[in-house]
Design a protein. Structure first.
Length: 459
């Protein structure tokens, strides 16, 4: 650069510096816009943006476990809280680590966990919690480098009030699709009774002492067939853009399916949807989660306060609309309203209850697929009167006067010679619940194309 007589820059050089400064300022402005846009993108559009921003904002504390931007928050696994676990009324599970084994629908790059104290009578103190990828079937061991401690608003511990639930901060972890994940909690003090889901059809584990970050699985000498505290695993996924929730009873909970094999019919549906996407079919990219509760009814709650086994009507917001980015709900309810009503149930009340679910779903822009009620001839609760109620409900469903779309499970599994009964190969033996083949049949006849589109426009 040449200098002028007065020691200042020549005019052309001053212009160059000014131009350079303008270019740098523009680059900084563009970079800032990109950064802000990426931060907003962490929010899923499902009402969780504030929560996600909080988790991301504490990334410096979480280090390598901090969440990453990109993708959509969806539910990859869920289980509805059912009641307080018998035998835990006084001591709960104080001083023990509870390792729940859960099976994913879709994979993701970050995860967050929901813990529930819905049926607790005292605050639930969780001092340590973790999430990890299972090392394999039938073990409490984790893939070593996958163990992530969970935080809650940046703290390692959290106190969940009676009747409440809490969602962890998001952590970066490679969650596999169609794989097992370990959700582990430790509570040092009694909070009983323990909120649980009794029919997990999955072996989980318990250890004395605090072992939430243990990857070997060695301390976990106790086994259980229930899920405790954990009610959801959400993932930040690039392979799914929404969630399908299946609201049902024991026929969805899969209580007669083989333990540890993930043969409930929603598992089959999830497998089919994932395979269709892998084959390049033009089907929605959704996860599928199970909100089945054995014995569940459309209308009637169980006993207690809060009610154990709450009705589909009463748990709809929490178990269905409360999931991230829910796009479709599949309703498979009604048979217990028939079986558990003294005398003969009123089919009109059952249908009206189902319609109320549809109306509430439509209010949130969620499509509703409904199922016909499957046969139960030969079951001890069967009668001509109850069979008549089932047929009236099914007629309304098939006529399209209840749901946006219909899957006809009744026709898929019934005996061609006696339509009041299951075909033998689809019957578990109790004439009410399907066998593994029956559950597979349910998942296979579900038309994936009915998952397209949203709720009808409201006039």
């Amino acid at each position: 650069m040449t200098r002028g007589r007065d020691g200042g820059a020549d005019a052309p050089d001053a212009k160059q510096r000014a131009l350079l400064a303008a270019v740098v300022a523009a680059i900084v402005a563009v970079a800032a816009a990109i950064y802000v846009g990426a931060g907003v993108g962490v929010g899923s559009g499902d009402g969780t943006r504030e929560r996600d921003a909080l988790a991301g904002g504490r990334g410096a504390q979480n280090g390598p476990a901090a969440p990453v931007a990109g993708g959509t928050w969806v539910a990859s696994w869920a289980a509805s809280p059912v009641g307080g676990e018998p035998g835990t009324e006084t001591g709960g599970l104080a001083g023990r680590s509870v390792r729940n084994v859960v099976h994913t629908s879709v994979g993701g790059t970050s995860a967050r966990v929901t813990l529930s104290n819905l049926y607790g009578q005292a605050p639930l103190t969780i001092t340590h919690a973790s999430v990890a990828v299972s090392a394999g079937a039938g073990t409490a061991a984790a893939v070593v480098d996958s163990v992530r401690p969970l935080a809650f608003a940046g703290s390692a511990g959290v106190v969940v009030p009676p009747g409440g639930e809490v969602v962890s901060d998001a952590v970066r972890v490679a969650v596999p699709r169609d794989g097992d994940v370990l959700i582990t909690t430790y509570s040092p003090s009694a909070s009983g009774p323990v909120t649980y889901h009794p029919h997990a059809r999955q072996i989980s584990y318990v250890a004395d002492g605090e072992h939430t970050r243990d990857a070997t699985g060695m301390p976990y000498s106790g086994e259980s067939v229930v899920w405790r505290y954990a009610t959801a695993l959400d993932v930040l996924s690039a392979e799914a853009e929404g969630t399908v929730v299946v609201l049902g009873d024991s026929l969805t909970d899969g209580i007669t399916s083989t333990t540890g094999t993930n043969r409930r019919w929603p598992d089959v549906l999830s497998d089919r949807l994932r395979a269709a996407i892998g084959d390049g079919r033009d089907v929605p990219r959704y996860s599928v989660v199970n909100a089945g509760i054995s014995g569940n009814q459309v209308l009637a709650d169980g006993l207690g306060r809060p009610a154990e086994n709450p009705s589909g009507v009463n748990r709809f917001e929490r178990d269905v609309l409360g999931r991230p980015n829910v796009r479709v709900v599949v309703v498979v309810l009604g048979i217990n309203d028939i079986l558990r009503t003294p005398g003969v149930a009123d089919p009109g009340r059952i249908v009206d209850g189902l319609r109320s679910l549809v109306e509430r779903a439509h209010g949130q822009g969620v499509k509703v697929v409904g199922a016909t009620l499957m046969p139960f001839g030969g079951h001890r609760g069967w009668s001509e009167g109850r069979e008549g109620v089932r047929e009236v409900v099914n007629a309304e469903v098939r006529a399209g006067r209840v749901f946006d779309a219909v899957v006809d499970f009744d026709r898929a599994v019934r005996d061609g010679y006696d339509p009041r009964r299951f075909r033998v190969e689809y019957d578990s033996g109790d004439h009410l619940h399907p066998s593994d083949r029956g559950y597979a049949r349910m998942g296979e006849v579900f038309d994936l194309d009915v998952l397209r589109g949203g709720a009808p426009a409201r006039l």
